[in-house]
Write a protein that binds this ligand. Structure first.
Ligand code: S3P
Length: 436
């Protein structure tokens, strides 16, 4: 696929369901009693990995592409997997399922793709080991016979679960995946499990688990969960994913002739820091028809062409827009003045090292960008040139640079544009629909 400059985008669209909420719907449905019915489920590769893992754990899941039915078996109803659980590219599947598996009295082995095998798992091994689970990492080369043990702290690994102790975990990172893994293990604990994080990360687990009947209390940056609740299947309506809407928000703002309405987007404040960043950059964005769906705030988002200017993004806003930083960096390259992104070291351990991959690709397009230890500095406002983009198999890099390419002089190509299927299989078709 080759991308060239387009001058005008107009229309309405609905982006696919929220990835974080879709994963959790399957997982929490699996360990609840009765039926969970999910509409708006994200049919992306990551969430399909979650379905396939839970099927291997004995859960019957029907998926006709528009509605997913999870036949839950309760907190203690999972059965030992006959095969290695393959999480594909999905860090959320791997980390959250580990919290659940920590409480099972059987062994499971987990693996994933090349990217997942580089991602740090010690961040969940540490608290889950403290609670009583046991982990063994394997040299990926010796897999699937897993002959060679390593202390890599990465997948593939085997987890032996069992009866767990409650803990109060002071997490060194603000990570909803770490927090959720500990809270899910806490369902199987011998007392109240608490997690405190430096800055509040996305709170979908706390909201949704409470909806399923868990006793869970959030105070500032601490979440507390009581063990052995009676969880009941729920009807879940998954809102559109703000992380997917982000590409169309950026497109509508950067492109000189654009008005785009993105319908039904989740705007949970622990996820929607991008809206504040857009405001700080002078973007014209309005929220319409604000409402609550399945306990989550939702709105339609209207964006129009804007003259953007640089800003500083740092501190407690970072976890609320962590997945949007690649597209925000692209917006910054089109904005007048300097944008500074700090306190975002976590970017280095996402599907790719996003400080490095954003820098490499923005530089290839002629932008003035300096990577730093915990972010980047972008001096924007000069036109970008088409280039050959290296995605490193990272869906968010592919989509961010598709938006850059549509606003750059000359042609842009990608080494791997298909990786968008991880979170947004219809991304290119949706872009096409808005083109005038
Ligand atoms: C997610 C949490 C975030 C985010 C990821 C999804 C989740 O990761 O980057 O895409 O669903 O909990 P961290 O919790 O590791 O920051």
């Amino acid at each position: 696929m080759e991308f060239t400059k387009k001058h005008s985008f107009h229309g309405e669209l609905s982006v696919p369901g929220d990835k974080s909420i879709s994963h959790r719907g399957i997982m929490f449905g699996a360990i609840s009693g009765g039926l969970t019915e999910i509409t708006g489920f994200l049919q992306g590769a990551d969430c399909l990995s979650t379905i396939s893992c839970f099927r291997q754990l004995g859960i019957s899941i029907e998926n006709d592409g528009s509605r997913v039915l999870v036949h839950g078996r309760g907190l203690h109803g999972l059965t030992p997997p006959k095969q290695i659980l393959d999480v594909g590219n999905s860090g959320t599947t791997l980390r959250l399922i580990s919290g659940i598996l920590a409480g099972q009295s059987f062994q499971s082995t987990l693996n994933g793709d090349v990217s997942i095998r580089k991602r740090p798992m010690k961040r969940i091994f540490i608290p889950l080991t403290e609670m009583g689970a046991r982990f063994q990492c394997w040299d990926a080369g010796s897999f699937p016979d897993y002959r060679t043990k390593t202390s890599s702290g990465c997948a593939p690994f085997t987890i032996q679960g069992g009866s767990l102790k409650h803990i109060h975990y002071q997490s060194p990172v603000s990570s909803a995946q770490v927090k959720s893994a500990v809270l899910l293990a806490g369902l199987y604990g011998d007392g109240i499990t608490r997690v405190t994080e430096p800055v509040l990360s996305r709170n979908h687990t706390e909201l949704m688990l409470a909806g399923f009947g868990a006793d869970i209390l959030s105070t500032d940056t601490t979440a507390a969960i009581w063990p052995e609740p009676k969880l009941e299947g729920q009807a879940i309506h998954v809102p559109g994913d703000i992380s997917s809407a982000a590409y169309f928000i950026a497109l509508g703002l950067i492109c000189p002739h654009a008005e785009i309405l993105i319908q039904n987007v989740g705007i949970n404040p622990t996820r929607s820091g991008m809206l504040k960043a857009v405001h700080a950059m002078g973007g014209k964005l309005s929220l319409l028809n604000e409402r609550t769906v399945s306990g989550e705030p939702v709105a339609d988002i209207l964006v129009t062409s804007s003259s953007l200017h640089g800003t500083t993004i740092e501190g407690s806003i970072i976890p609320t827009l962590i997945d949007e930083l690649p597209i925000i960096a692209v917006m910054a390259a089109f904005a007048k003045g300097t944008t500074v992104i700090r306190d975002a070291r976590e970017l280095k351990v996402k599907e790719s090292d996003r400080i490095a991959t954003v820098t490499e690709n923005l530089k290839a397009m002629g932008a003035d960008i300096t990577p730093t230890e915990d972010g980047m500095i972008i001096r924007g406002g000069s036109p970008l040139q088409g280039a050959r983009i290296k995605t490193y198999g990272d869906h968010r890099i592919a989509m961010s640079f598709a938006i850059a390419a549509l606003n750059a002089e000359g042609a842009t190509t990608f080494d791997d544009e298909a990786c968008v299927t991880v979170s947004y299989p219809s991304f290119y078709q949706d872009l096409e629909k808005l083109l005038d």
